[in-house]
Write a protein that binds this ligand. Structure first.
Ligand code: ZN
Length: 316
């Protein structure tokens, strides 16, 4: 394939989880079986789910290998690993309530690992859906009391969400995906999660491990306001790369293609995930569920058809 170093298509890795469902198979058409498919790691070089290249010159190679062997394809960035991780999450049941540390905390307490900043784009959800984002404790004392005494109803802040909502989850933010939600998550390439509460559920007869002390250490008090945590971006200007958010770690974009769009690819690399519809990218057919990277070799991106895309890159 002539475009082998410009557009890198990936074979996602899937995870099976107690809270997973069947939408990744039924709605996205991924060839993975089971009724507990929780996550599709669409663009990932993480050791727990290192995607392989789908076709072309590097077919079969892991993304982590390509990153190491050809740093020039990704703008020769000063990172020791692929910096971002893109997942689609199908939550049939509630996920545990968790919080992530910052880089500074993880460096000291998690053997030099990265912390984790992440954000969610709500692909689909039922009417009256909610997510857990933040908490109601006013200070550290109240936070400790609520957690140690299991005052979960008073502690947890559930916020109403709808399709097309974008939610930024900074380190220290208490959060949980609720059952029924289908989400695209963009995150730092890290797996460090502290579980605060698991609804007293049992997994194989036992409760899953909680990380109470570390959680209390890292939870930000008071929580960021609801208005500062969420915005609806279901409808954006079409045929244009629209920035949704940017922070220290990433820039997130949405593209709603109605006819066609061409834009310069002047990022070190750009992650693209097709979340709806179908069309072509630089002449190659793409459809809902495809994940690919436009590398440094790719000078411009031309999309045609009717499709929605969530894209991301590292911040400059
Ligand atoms: Zn998280």
């Amino acid at each position: 394939m002539e475009n082998a170093t410009e557009l890198i298509f990936l074979n996602p890795v899937f995870t099976h989880n107690i809270w997973g469902g069947t939408k990744l198979h039924d709605e996205f058409g991924y060839e993975v079986e089971g009724t507990d498919i929780g996550e599709c790691w669409g663009i990932s070089a993480h050791p727990n789910g290192d995607d392989t290249i789908r076709d072309g010159k590097y077919s079969g190679k892991h993304l982590s290998e390509l990153w190491k062997e050809h740093p020039e394809l990704f703008g020769n960035l000063n990172y020791d690993r692929y910096p971002l991780l893109i997942k689609i999450i199908d939550a049939k049941d509630d996920l545990s309530i968790q919080v992530h540390p910052s880089d500074e905390y993880a460096k000291v307490h998690e053997n030099g690992s990265f912390g984790k900043t992440e954000c969610w784009y709500v692909l689909d959800c039922p009417e009256d859906a909610t997510l857990v984002v933040g908490h109601h404790a006013k200070n550290k004392e109240e936070l400790k009391d609520m957690i140690h005494n299991g005052r979960w109803n008073q502690f947890i802040r559930e916020i109403p969400v709808k399709k097309g909502d974008f939610i930024q989850i900074d380190p220290g933010t208490v959060h949980a995906i609720k059952g029924g939600l289908l989400i695209l998550e963009t995150q730092q390439n890290s797996d460090i999660t502290y579980r605060v509460y698991d609804y007293d559920r049992l997994s194989n007869g036992k409760p899953r491990e909680l990380h109470i002390d570390k959680s209390i250490d890292v939870i930000e008090v008071p929580a960021k306001t609801v208005e500062n945590s969420i915005k609806n971006v279901e409808k954006v200007e079409s045929d244009k790369l629209v920035e949704l958010y940017s922070c220290e770690y990433y820039q997130i974009f949405k593209l709603t293609v109605q006819t066609e769009v061409t834009f310069k690819q002047d990022y070190p690399f750009l992650n693209l995930s097709v979340i709806a519809g179908e069309g072509t990218v630089n002449g190659i057919k793409v459809k809902k569920g495809d994940h690919f990277i436009a590398t440094s070799d790719c000078e411009s991106i031309h999309l045609q058809g009717k499709l929605d895309v969530i894209a991301s890159t590292v911040s400059k």
